[in-house]
Design a protein around this ligand. Structure first.
Ligand code: NAD
Length: 476
């Protein structure tokens, strides 16, 4: 979404990049090399549907190949254009660097409204798009590995993986050509929830440091915090669900494409999701005040605002009216550069997209590693770990018995301690660690350098520094 009188999404990314490199000491040539998008491939292809040929336009943009494969989602939406995929590809480069996923940045998109097509039609379109990309190595386990994004999910990833495998019948690593696949087609536990889960871990880390809370004028923990979420799709739904069900936050507002729901006492996220599943939108949902223009809820009083739908939704027209002291950008680019300035002036703390939604690519990284190693995480060590824990419990029991049962080991401790970690637990642990470490690297730069105004600038500085180090090491 481009907002009139404001820089485009890509210009915004470049603007932020330029502001960041102004604070760094990079040779100008290297600066330019990191900033530019290496290549964007545009494909137009025809598919025979409903008795006639329909032509589709798609893109795959490769921003930086300082590490390969390059990584980034494929989006199905009518608004897809070259500018947008290039901006998103650049963000992927910085995002991967920030969370130390060893990839360059890429992004793809197909200009299509998936709701207009039957499943079997979408499959043919997706397979054809995948074919066009794969034959140019723009889908490839060691060169370019897509993932889901807006309008795509596990199903599309399974079609893409299968299409690649059909074209590369002897590639033993074919399944690693794309991530975000269903579990039974080479996926990994916890990938679907990963981006929303990452948003939760990011917020938990924010609330661990009093300095960060003070900047936003917040106190305490996530418990009881009023949260408004825009977009109850994959990312928004999981973030809202975990924050409310596990951390005690209250989801007071949910904004969808057809309007917004508000309830000061908190909305039941699963019930809203089920309602959308059945009715196509939030309209008519009981137990909430409905407004046809959902975007007014972006300006509603709350503690945390989570834009998790589209880009450019907080812009020059509404930024001054946004009341949330803390915004976490679960979507890519939801705040325009102009709005960012206004919010910073107001003292709003923004946890930037580059970091906030990195949970998806982090778990994609785990999935890719799993695919290349051809074994699920935990398979070798889980039972061995359990039997070693059993030794400890038995020994404690023996000591307790020898002391006349003066001390008892509780059943709940035994149960928790004895159980070895399965794949889902390992994935969540790896994601939590990644989100914490990446946040801490931004936080250090934010608080310790006097010239870094916000977390977004800190994120750019950390990420660009890592990309630059990679180029330097390669001797470019
Ligand atoms: P999705 O398609 O699952 O969900 C998007 C949701 O937004 C849908 O429920 C849709 O109905 C809603 N929506 C559409 N137009 C809207 C409007 N005008 N107002 C309010 N809601 C609207 O997509 P997603 O995968 O959840 O992605 C959302 C954002 O998160 C995108 O910016 C995407 O790039 C970013 N992201 C996604 C992932 C991932 O793993 N899925 C990873 C990183 C970043």
């Amino acid at each position: 979404m481009n907002v009139p009188n404001e820089p485009s999404f890509r210009e915004s990314v470049d603007l932020m990049f330029n502001r960041a490199v102004a604070l760094m000491d990079l040779p100008p040539g290297l600066e330019e090399k990191i900033r530019v998008c290496n290549a964007t491939y545009t494909v137009r292809f025809g598919v025979r549907l409903r008795g006639q040929i329909q032509t589709f336009t798609g893109y795959r943009s490769v921003h930086s190949e300082h590490k390969e494969p390059v990584k980034g989602g494929i989006r199905f939406a009518m608004g897809v254009n070259q500018d947008e995929v290039e901006a998103l590809a650049a963000l992927m480069t910085y995002k991967c660097a920030l969370v130390e996923a060893p990839f360059g940045g890429s992004k793809g998109g197909l200009r299509i409204d998936p709701r207009q097509y039957e499943d079997h039609e979408l499959e043919r379109i997706t397979r054809r798009f995948a074919y066009e990309l794969a034959k140019r190595d723009l889908i490839h386990p060691s060169q370019n590995v897509p993932a889901p994004d807006m309008g795509t999910g596990e199903r599309e990833m399974a079609w893409i993986a299968d299409q690649y495998a059909r074209m590369n019948t002897t590639d033993i690593n074919a399944v690693a050509c794309v991530t975000g696949k269903p579990l039974n087609a080479g996926g990994i536990s916890g990938r679907v929830e990963a981006t929303g889960r990452g948003v939760q871990y990011a917020l938990r880390e924010f609330f661990r440091d009093p300095r960060d809370m003070e900047k936003a004028g917040l106190t305490g923990s996530l418990d009881g915090k009023r949260v408004i979420v825009q977009g109850l799709g994959n990312v928004g739904y999981h973030a809202a669900k975990f924050l409310s069900q596990e951390d005690g936050a209250r989801i007071t507002g949910i904004i969808e494409w057809d309007g917004g729901l508000f309830n000061e006492n908190g909305l039941d996220v699963d019930a809203v999701r089920a309602w959308i599943g059945k009715n196509g939108g939030v309209t008519g949902f009981p137990d909430a005040t409905y407004s046809k223009d959902g975007s007014v809820l972006l300006e509603q009083d709350c503690d945390i605002l989570i834009p998790a739908a589209l880009e450019g939704v907080i812009n020059l027209t509404n930024a001054a009216k946004v009341k949330a002291p803390l915004i976490i950008e679960a979507a890519n680019g939801p705040i325009t550069a102009g709005a960012d300035d206004i919010l910073r002036e107001k003292g709003t703390v923004i946890i930037p997209d580059m970091y906030a939604n990195a949970g998806g690519v982090t778990v994609s990284y785990f999935e890719w590693v799993k695919n290349l190693s051809h074994i699920r995480f935990g398979r070798m060590q889980r039972r061995q770990e359990e039997s070693r824990h059993q030794l400890v419990v038995d020994e404690l029991q023996r000591i307790s018995d020898s002391m006349g049962n003066k001390y008892t080991i509780t059943e709940s401790f035994k149960q928790k301690y004895l159980r070895g970690a399965d794949e889902l637990e390992l994935v969540r642990s790896g994601l939590d660690d990644t989100m914490r470490i990446a946040y801490q690297s931004m936080r250090d730069v934010w608080h310790e350098r006097g010239d870094v105004p916000d977390l977004r600038m800190a994120a750019y500085l950390v990420a660009i520094d890592k990309v630059a180090a990679s180029y330097r090491a390669k001797g470019l």
